[in-house]
Write a protein that binds this ligand. Sequence first.
Ligand SMILES: [Zn+2]
Ligand SMILES: [Zn+2]
Length: 339
Amino acid sequence: MNAIQVKEAHDLRVAQLEMPTLKNPTDVVVKVKLAGICGSDMHIYHGTNPLATYPRILGHEIAGEVVEVGSDVAGLVAGDHVVVEPIRYCGTCYACRKGRPNVCKELSVFGVHEDGGMREFFVLPARQLHKVNAGLPWEEVVLAEPYSIGAQAVWRGKVESGDFVFIHGCGPIGICILKMAKLAGATVMMSDLKPERLAFAKANGADFVVSPLEEDVLSKLLDVTNGEGANVVIDAVCLPQTFEQSIQMASVAGTIVILGFDERFSQIPQLPITKKELTIVGSRLQTNQFAKVVQLLNEGKLKENGLITHRFTIDQAQEAFTFVEQNPDTVRKALIEFS
Ligand SMILES: [Zn+2]
Ligand SMILES: [Zn+2]
């Protein structure tokens, strides 16, 4: 069978591998239908993901069909449509005991620390698979993982109905956060440098959009919130400056959600944190968000609505990665389709 493998940094190829088989009674064999290409896949390809080792089969945004289940698997049968929850964890460390297995000390992410789902077939334990309604189009369900990232950011920000949420950045993750924040009942304002991205955010439910190139973001935010600021600021741009701005933009008793991996320092004074009693939290991968996302998909409440812009076959893997890299303004989410 074929797999999209990064042999070493900068060397992407379609590799021929043996068909995987059931090893444990809790395992499931899945035939892949669609895989999303994510920024983190690009980082593994370019050798800029410090967590990845090589050779590595990419892919953590995966939708497919069950072909075989182990003897101890309950709740899944051949023919079921599933999405992959890409985290594997120890179950006993502090994070796992606290119900936060996404930051497990033994964390292994499908397609990052271990081989992922950009291959015709793979095997995973049943607990990493979530069944979705078989009537849903594959291109809707393949977005379950990116939606789970949005759901996590909204959960970490404790976004509630009536909250005013500000999201830095209208890229694919910003849009997924937007969708989850709107479903939580928030009013949402978003920023981006690109007019077409701002327009897409508006079309997907953003109540207000602002370009830092055209307006002072903080003044506009204070304007529309009667001077209060945003109850939750979620930073999907992840620069030292956006973190600094977020502190200013947050309302009293507000929360700031950080998703960045930037190692550069931000200059954050203590006064506004204490005075406004701010909460600053990180948001990484997801914890227990798949059930919620799958339910929303099944209910038809999460629609891609233009988020998917490009599709490639597995034979076009190199072309796909080159295209995604060279066209950041036109590609929102690109998919690899498996026959
Ligand atoms: Zn991703
Ligand atoms: Zn653990």
